[in-house]
Design a protein around this ligand. Structure first.
Ligand code: NAD
Ligand code: TYD
Length: 339
């Protein structure tokens, strides 16, 4: 079995590669990644020498490079993680989001059509459903919830999802889609809430909370997401969408306070800054379908997962300090100065 994993030098893709190489010693895993600012080859260092692993630096929008790779590898499956993934960056500059997230998905599926595939899997997000009100805790996203996006990022992901379903209906491509809630864990790029707060707290820098910090996200440990995708690509039904989430809703401010507590840092570091434009209020996944059909349940409780994550950032300072010292500095200036 040969699996092409796009975006495998990023946060979730790298964790997925580690999971797959560990669990399936007879699989060949080929990582296709452009190495944008969010991709980090050093993350894949532990598997670079693995004979079942190959890394290829290429853009998923580059038709020639993608088709050449399919020609060489004749993959059985593709799992498409490659994406521009940060909402704040999509608000600043939507263009690259449409290019990578939509056109890149089309190119990958065109290659699958041409060379044949057992499964094309699209890694999507709960953000395609828009947001839920804070005062209706009974409401959750199901696979039937209409797509109703808020940001250029979520709109590009929803567009890709529609294209994936169209390729299934029109060309019979064997596809599946998973829509997961917010992930956290090792190798999370420090522009996202949890790793940013850990890194800033460790450096005694202000912790910038948007608005009043009341927005709610539904957090899932990254390994649980990887296990869910593994189940969907092997046992999930073709043409189906599976929501992934572990009923773990938390307000941003509570997460930030928890990180302060775990690191023994004062809450006075918390700084309320201008809110994100169009900020989604609450996400919450109903994972009934993947549980009843495929038997998936999250294994890591948030209280344990956040401790493991903080420990990882403490033990792997050089991984994120290298990122912080590069072009990230300009990004941080741009995003947080005068906010
Ligand atoms: P990430 O930003 O950490 O990693 C993205 C990876 O894709 C990077 O390695 C980057 O180099 C690569 N990439 C970007 N553009 C590319 C291109 N044109 N060609 C090839 N490679 C390219 O993202 P992540 O958080 O690991 O998210 C992975 C996927 O999961 C995304 O599709 C995202 O929408 C989805 N998702 C993320 C979350 C989350 O909480 N992070 C939740 C649900 C779904
Ligand atoms: P983020 O990690 O960017 O994920 P997403 O927007 O895709 O859910 O942000 C998570 C939440 O944290 C979101 O409500 C925005 C908020 N946030 C802050 O309050 N401060 C920050 O510096 C960042 C990056 C996010």
């Amino acid at each position: 079995m040969t699996v092409i994993v796009t975006g495998g030098a990023g946060f979730i893709g790298s964790n997925f590669i580690f999971h797959m190489l560990g669990k399936y010693p007879d699989y060949r895993i080929v990582c296709l990644d452009k190495l944008t600012y969010a991709g980090n080859l050093s993350t894949l260092a532990p598997v670079m020498e693995n004979p079942n692993f190959r890394f290829v630096k290429a853009d998923i929008c580059d038709r020639e490079a993608v088709f050449k790779l399919f020609e060489e590898e004749k993959p059985d499956m593709v799992v498409n993680f490659a994406a521009e993934s940060h909402v704040d960056r999509s608000i600043e500059d939507p263009g690259v989001f449409l290019q990578t997230n939509i056109i890149g998905t089309q190119v990958m599926m065109d290659a699958c059509r041409k060379y044949g595939i057992k499964r094309y899997h699209q890694v999507s997000t709960d953000e395609v459903y828009g947001d839920l009100p804070l005062d209706r805790p009974d409401l959750l996203f199901t696979e039937q919830t209409p797509l109703h996006t808020s940001s250029p990022y979520s709109s590009s992901k929803a567009s890709a999802d529609l294209l994936v379903l169209a390729y299934h209906r029109t060309y019979g491509l064997p596809v599946s889609i998973s829509r997961c809630s917010n992930n956290y864990g090792p190798y999370h790029f420090p522009e996202k809430l949890i790793p940013l707060m850990i890194a800033n707290a460790l450096n005694d820098k202000p912790l910038p909370v948007y608005g009043q910090g009341l927005n709610v996200r539904d957090w899932l440990y990254v390994e649980d997401h990887c296990k869910a995708i593994d189940l969907v690509i092997h046992k999930g039904r073709e043409g189906e969408v599976y929501n992934i989430g572990g009923h773990n809703e938390m307000a941003n401010i509570d997460i930030v306070k928890l990180i302060c507590k775990e690191l023994d840092k004062p809450e006075s570091l918390i700084t309320y800054v201008a809110d994100r434009k169009g900020h989604d209020m609450r996400y919450a996944i109903d994972p009934t379908k993947i549980h009843t059909e495929l038997g998936w349940l999250p294994e890591t409780k948030f209280a344990d997962g956040i401790k493991k994550t903080i420990k990882w950032y403490l033990e792997n300072r050089s991984w994120w300090e290298t990122i912080l010292s590069g072009e990230y500095k300009d990004y941080y200036e741009r995003m947080y100065k005068n906010r």
